[in-house]
Design a protein. Structure first.
Length: 233
């Protein structure tokens, strides 16, 4: 971890309000969806998050304040990726459009299906990532391609390797960081969970600030990032 990179155990709004304006080059985050999540799938697990996560109740006013602060701390001509669920897009999209130019609803297509209503509903196989800009910034060329599809196919983290029930795959996070930032730039994740964004940012030679309110997940993230090697500068 570089001197300018931080993993912070705090309420994200408190930290965001203390940050300098126009200091962040990319926001990539997976906020609580506002669904009072409880796992009904994994009966035996040591994962703390299957019993619920912080700020996951009726949280729209809270998320609105977060988005406002994110806009303030982001530099001009930068990107934000905001993970959400299909049934929360109608609520959360206006939070972003109030400040940002929303360009896409990216689809993260997973390699397996959700549980849910096994007989009365189609099996869910995707999550939504709202992609928006403050100002305008071109997406980076990656793998010899300037343009990529809005459907991103990445396998979920295998259950035996999960550190958090909502943990996102590192290769997906790496793709997004590479598309929207350059080495040395600052990546912010105000809902850090088990530290995926921080670990990938470090590996890719980016600075990072990640914030996590839950002390157990914060400790997981610190240990994870400490063991991460920077491989691409």
């Amino acid at each position: 971890m570089t001197d300018n990179s931080l993993i912070i155990n705090a309420d994200c709004l408190v930290t965001l309000r203390e940050m300098d304006a126009e200091s962040v080059d990319l926001v990539l985050t997976d906020p609580p969806y506002g669904i009072n999540f409880r796992s009904n799938r994994r009966k035996k697990t040591s994962l703390k998050s299957v019993s619920g996560i912080l700020n996951d109740g009726d949280n729209l006013p809270f998320l609105a304040d977060v988005v406002s602060e994110l806009y303030r701390v982001m530099r001009n001509n930068t990107h934000i990726y905001w993970f959400t669920r299909w049934d929360k897009v109608a609520e959360q999209l206006p939070l972003l459009t109030e400040f940002f130019n929303v360009k896409n609803a990216l689809i993260w297509k997973k390699n397996n299906w959700s549980m849910g209503d096994l007989q009365g509903a189609y099996a869910g196989q995707y999550e939504v990532i709202l992609f928006a800009q403050k100002g305008r910034r071109f997406l980076n060329e990656l793998g010899g391609r300037k343009r990529h599809s809005d459907i991103l196919e990445y396998a979920r983290v295998p259950s035996q390797r999960l550190r958090h029930s909502h943990e996102k795959p590192e290769d997906l996070i790496e793709f997004l960081i590479r598309k929207s930032s350059n080495p040395g730039e600052l990546v912010l994740d105000p809902f850090a969970g088990s530290g995926t964004t921080a670990a990938v940012a470090k590996r890719l030679g980016r600075e990072f600030i990640t914030i996590e309110a839950d002390v157990d997940f914060y400790n997981t993230a610190v240990e994870r990032v400490k063991n991460e090697k920077e491989t691409d500068i």
